[in-house]
Ligand binder design. Sequence first.
Ligand SMILES: C[S@@+](CC[C@H](N)C(=O)[O-])C[C@H]1O[C@@H](n2cnc3c(N)ncnc32)[C@H](O)[C@@H]1O
Length: 309
Amino acid sequence: MNDFTKSYEANVDQNYSELGKEKEKDPDTWGNVEYGGEILNIYTNPRVIHDLFTIIAETCVPDKDDMFIGADLGGAEGTVANVVQGQLRENGYSNAHVINYELLEKNLALMESKFPELLGVQADLKDLPLNGSTIDFAILRYVLPYLDKEGQKQVIRNAYSALKERGRLVILQDGGFKKEDGELYNQFFAESSSAQSGISLDQVSHNRQFISAEEICEIAEEAGFEVEQANDLSPIFKGCLSPEAYASRFNMTEQQMHSLQAVYKRWKESGRLEFSDNPNNPVNIRVKRPTIYLVLRKLSPRDAMNNPS
Ligand SMILES: C[S@@+](CC[C@H](N)C(=O)[O-])C[C@H]1O[C@@H](n2cnc3c(N)ncnc32)[C@H](O)[C@@H]1O
């Protein structure tokens, strides 16, 4: 974990498992999205987690009595692992376990107190302590941007090795679908994050890489995955980022809030990203939060022969 991430996370006022709870219906709350006509939190809402992860997990183990091993890679305090494991068990997968592989001890300690049923392993995903082909299903939710390009490749390759044949990896994060949109989002994130945190622009840009869906597909196919789904979910999970959304998650001084608002105004005027106005609050400016979603399947040698790319 690099110094940037440590200082960025040290500023955080709310854990992932708490997101959206206090201000469930407020679009300017971190991670809140409009989905199916309702405002829900993309990090914590069980329906969202079901539709994005549990549904895919269930396709990985056809017999409900079989042992099911899932891995939440970089699962923080285990929010998604807890919901997916619970939903699988409710749906009859009585031997389902979703293990959280997380770098930070403080997150694993929080997991132990919040979700004592869950298993956690302290691990660096770049050096995953898993013997080959032992996992049925893996999740990478909002983790790849924390790694540099080489680290991202390494983590996708490691997930590939850890999965059983025909196992699936599901990736969800913000970022552009196309490479050029990804670059633009990276630039905007670096400027807004630097304003919000006081960390230099240089440091932020070196430490957050919002890899695009197109680039993930390239790396995944190189690693041996078949890309079953690569979707821009932005029209389905309509979410935004705004200075107020930052303030709902991070401790910010008044000065940092002003700098952040100035970045938003400048980008809105430049017309380079899609903004929407909030009629209830003229000071508030919202930018569309792009969400990408990928389902990758580890090919068996026979599938690979029938499916040469
Ligand atoms: C934005 S959080 C997402 C947490 C969780 N996946 C979720 O969606 O609720 C990123 C997580 O990735 C973890 N992480 C970052 N780099 C890691 C690495 N190299 N190995 C393991 N975990 C890592 C961080 O500690 C943090 O918990």
